[in-house]
Design a protein around this ligand. Structure first.
Ligand SMILES: Cc1cc2nc3c(=O)[nH]c(=O)nc-3n(C[C@H](O)[C@H](O)[C@H](O)COP(=O)(O)O)c2cc1C
Length: 363
C-alpha cells in the first residue's frame, strides 16, 4: 500500500501533470470542412484542462485511416492550424494534451475512402462492426488486404502525423493500438491471417505496431510517445487466441523503445473489466515507465488501484463528456452529471460545450 493520492502532481517523463487523472480519448464527430477541428473543439478541450493529461479524440493520419464521419485529421496544414487552437486553449489553462494518432484499417466505409475504394486491412476479412457515416450507424465495408509494399507508407504516415502533432503544439502523441483498429487488427489473429513477416507468430503480428512506434520515437522522441492497447477487448470484432503472450511481447518491446507510457484498456472497452482472463499486472511489471489504466474506473476503484500501485494514472472516458470539471468533482466528492446519449456523436455545442462546471450549475 502507498499513500499517493489521485490529486497530487505527477511527472510524466519531463512533463509535470497537475494530477493523476487523464481524459481518455473520446470521438465526438464535430470536425468542420476538411476534417479540421474548429473553435468549439478548442473550447471543449479547454473546459477540461484541469485533467492532469488530456488525450485527444482519435485523429486520422490520412484519408485512408478515416472510418467515421466528421472525425478530425492531422495530415493537412489546415488541420494542424485547427489543432493549434486546441493546444493553445489547453496550455493557457495549464493543461497538457497528447494527440491520439489513428488508422482505422478495416473499420471504415467506401463513402469515406478516396474514389470510393475499399478500406484496407491485414487480411480481406470484413469486421463484424458498424461505423457512423451519413449520420447513422451502418455496417463497415468489405476491406482489401494490404500489400507488403504498402506497409512502409503507413508507417511513414504515422511518423509524419507525429511531426504534425508537435507542429500543432501537442505535448506528445498516443499511437492508437487499441479497439480493433489497424494496429490491433494486425496484432490479433481473428483479423490477421497473413503468411508474410506481418502475420502468424506473436512477433510477426506485433511487427507493424512496433515499427510505427519506433518511427514515431525517431521523429519526436520517446519522451513524447505513448501508445494505447486493449489486449482482450472485442471492440470492432477482433479477438486473439493468445492475448497474454501477444501483449507481454508487445510491452517488452515497447519498454525497450523507452516510450513514456502505455495506456491499457482493461477488459472490453466500455464494457466488463473481466471479459476474459488476462493478467494486466504482467504488463505493469514489464513496463518501466508510466502505466495509464482505463475502463470503468470511478473514484473508489482508482483510489484503491493507486494504493495497490497497479497504475500511475487513471483515464476516465464517459464521465468527462458531461463533467468538464471532473477532477474538481471527484476531489470534492460532488455528484456527477449524466450524459445525454442523443448528443454524443455529431452536432454542435449542445451536448458538447454546454455541460456546466459544478459551480456554474449550482448558481
Ligand atoms: C463516445 C465515445 C468515444 C470514444 N472514442 C474513443 C477514441 O477516439 N479513441 C479511443 O481509443 N477510445 C475511444 N473510446 C473509448 C474510451 O476512451 C474509453 O476506453 C471507454 O469509454 C472506457 O472508459 P470509461 O469507462 O472511463 O468511459 C470512446 C468511448 C466513447 C464512449
Amino acid at each position: 500500500m502507498t499513500n499517493k493520492t489521485l490529486f497530487e502532481p505527477y511527472n510524466l517523463g519531463s512533463l509535470t501533470l497537475s494530477n493523476r487523472i487523464a481524459m481518455a480519448p473520446l470521438t465526438r464527430n464535430r470536425a468542420g470542412a476538411g476534417f479540421v477541428p474548429g473553435d468549439l473543439a478548442a473550447e471543449y478541450y479547454g473546459q477540461r484542462a484541469s485533467a492532469g493529461l488530456l488525450i485527444s479524440e482519435a485523429t486520422q493520419i490520412s484519408q485512408q485511416g478515416q472510418g467515421y464521419q466528421d472525425t478530425p485529421g492531422i495530415y493537412s496544414q489546415a488541420q494542424i492550424d485547427g489543432w493549434r487552437k486546441v493546444t493553445t486553449a489547453v496550455h493557457a489553462k495549464g493543461g497538457r494534451i497528447f494527440l491520439q494518432l489513428w488508422h482505422v484499417g478495416r473499420v471504415s466505409h467506401i463513402d469515406l475512402q478516396e474514389n470510393g475504394s475499399a478500406p484496407v486491412a491485414p487480411s480481406a476479412i470484413r469486421a463484424a462492426a458498424k461505423t457512423f457515416v451519413n449520420n447513422g450507424f451502418i455496417d463497415v465495408s468489405e476491406p482489401r488486404a494490404l500489400e507488403l509494399g504498402e506497409l512502409a507508407g503507413i508507417v511513414n504516415d504515422f511518423q509524419q502525423a507525429a511531426a504534425n502533432a508537435i507542429a500543432a503544439g501537442f505535448d506528445g502523441v498516443e499511437i492508437h493500438g487499441a479497439n480493433g483498429y489497424l494496429l490491433d487488427q494486425f496484432a490479433k489473429d481473428s483479423a490477421n491471417v497473413r503468411t508474410d513477416a506481418y502475420g502468424g507468430s506473436v512477433e510477426n503480428r506485433a511487427r507493424l505496431m512496433l515499427e510505427v512506434t519506433a518511427a514515431v520515437v525517431a521523429e519526436i522522441g520517446a519522451g513524447r510517445t505513448g501508445i494505447r492497447i486493449s489486449p482482450v477487448s472485442p471492440a470492432n470484432g477482433v479477438s486473439s487466441s493468445d492475448p497474454q503472450a501477444q501483449f507481454d511481447h508487445i510491452v517488452d518491446q515497447l519498454n525497450a523503445l523507452g516510450i513514456v507510457y502505455i495506456h491499457v484498456v482493461e477488459g472490453a472497452t466500455g464494457g466488463p473489466r473481466d471479459v476474459a482472463p488476462f493478467d494486466f499486472g504482467s504488463l505493469r511489471r514489464r513496463f518501466k515507465n508510466t502505466y495509464i489504466a482505463n475502463n470503468g474506473y470511478d473514484l473508489k476503484l482508482a483510489t484503491s488501484r493507486l494504493a495497490e500501485d497497479k497504475a500511475d494514472l487513471f483515464a476516465f472516458g464517459r464521465p468527462f463528456i458531461a463533467n468538464p470539471d471532473l477532477v474538481e468533482r471527484l476531489e470534492a466528492g460532488a455528484p456527477l452529471a449524466q450524459v445525454n446519449p442523443a448528443t454524443i456523436y455529431g452536432g454542435g455545442e449542445v451536448g458538447y460545450t454546454d455541460y456546466p462546471a459544478i459551480a456554474a450549475s449550482r448558481s
